[in-house]
Ligand binder design. Structure first.
Ligand code: GUN
Ligand code: ZN
Length: 377
């Protein structure tokens, strides 16, 4: 159940009540694709960096260790030892981005595993069954994420099929939630808007899925090749047709700048691999822009990444030390940077929520963007 606490223009400040606790929005979900945050973070670390929601992938966990294994072990929460909300992506994106030799039919998608090449089929029912076995808090609908640019006739057909898949997802999820041996009988389902850069197709689709009374709505198929301006434009076009009293989730986005722009346009859930990926490459976020800790100028820098940051890394370690760890190829280097970056994103979301609560989001956003511009992106 979503409670809209406050609005500022189109920006939403909300509370999403789930069987695994309340999510304060806007929120950034921390990506742990295969039930682990890359960079050797534990679920204790996730708590220390103020993570509210962990995100895992249906596709990866289905291949390894297998969703049946996770179910036998009591579900993903018990398996990972994480009792807060978990969102699982449906596989609809990974199947299209990671696999080769795909064949899309009305039933679903045939593809080869990126691990051992074995032939696999996944359709809406399979995706729901896997996510039900994983017992995540929120399951995502099985969709086709269309690359941009895409021809209009292809997009029309694909979106119509994604709508039919959504109807099948809803039906299958209701059935699974009613079964005796289902671990999370209150699993929630989010629908996903598609339509590439065609605003009219997106709007028609948004209207259609909004009538289906799902637990939340995502905007998918963005950050896949279009410009930032195009992405913001699509969000502006679509958000008015999604229910304001449900969470709005922009999938796979993005940079701190993208997040601020999307919050302003009414988005309240985000996820992205960027903070973890950048951290593994010594790129760290600060309020004055990104730093590259491999830079020679940090060799003798005995200050933290950000002296104002309260994260576990900045409380204790210097740039010079972390730079040395990267040069020496010590795993600790990545862990310290990923922790700082996730803390940075989660803290920015906390600041956004506070700015919305105190009705000063526009000024907050402006100051934040000016700060980021100091060191380039
Ligand atoms: N992650 C980023 N974009 C998408 C999308 O369009 N669909 C799904 N399922 N996941 C995504
Ligand atoms: Zn820090």
């Amino acid at each position: 159940m979503y409670r809209l606490l406050k609005t500022c223009g189109r920006a939403k400040r909300g509370e999403f009540h789930t069987p695994h606790g309340v999510i304060q929005t806007p929120v950034f979900m921390n990506v742990g694709t295969a039930a682990a945050i890359k960079g050797a973070l534990s679920t204790e670390d996730l708590e220390r960096v103020k993570c509210q929601v962990e995100l895992s992938n249906t596709y990866h966990l289905h291949l390894r260790p297998g969703d049946e294994v996770v179910k036998k072990l009591g579900g993903l929460h018990k398996f990972m030892v994480w009792d807060k909300p978990i969102l699982t992506d449906s596989g609809g994106f990974q199947v299209f981005s990671l696999t080769t030799l795909r064949k899309i039919t009305e039933e679903g998608v045939y593809f080869n595993s990126h691990i051992d090449g074995r032939k696999i089929f996944m359709g809406p029912e399979e995706s729901m069954r896997i996510q039900s076995n994983l017992a995540s808090t929120i399951a995502m609908a099985f969709d086709e994420c269309i690359g941009i640019p895409a021809e209009r006739p292809y997009v029309e057909n694909s979106v119509a099929r994604t709508t039919r898949w959504l109807e099948r997802c809803k039906k299958e999820m209701a059935r699974l939630n009613s079964l005796e041996d289902t671990i999370n009988k209150k699993q929630m389902l989010f629908g996903i808007n598609q339509g590439a850069t065609y605003a009219d197709i997106r709007i028609e689709h948004a209207k259609r899925i909004s009538e289906m009374d799902l637990d939340g709505y995502a905007i998918g198929g963005l950050a896949v090749g279009e410009t930032h301006a195009e992405m913001y434009h699509i969000i502006e076009e679509v958000v008015p047709y999604l229910p304001q009293n449900k969470p709005t989730y922009l999938m796979g986005v993005g940079t701190p700048e993208n997040i601020l722009e999307a919050v302003e346009r009414g988005v309240d859930f985000f996820d992205c691999v960027l903070p973890a990926r950048n951290g593994r490459h010594a790129h760290v976020y600060t309020n004055q822009g990104k730093l590259n800790l491999l830079n020679a100028k940090y060799e003798l820098d005995d200050t933290p990444i950000d002296p104002t940051c309260q994260c576990p890394t900045c409380q204790r370690y210097t740039k010079a030390y972390i730079r040395h760890l990267f040069k020496a190829k010590e795993m600790l280097a990545m862990r310290l940077c990923v922790m700082h970056n996730l803390y940075f994103f989660n803290t920015m979301m906390e600041e956004i929520r506070q700015a919305l609560d105190e009705e000063r989001f526009p000024a907050y956003k402006k100051a934040k963007l000016e700060g980021f511009a100091q060191n380039g992106k």
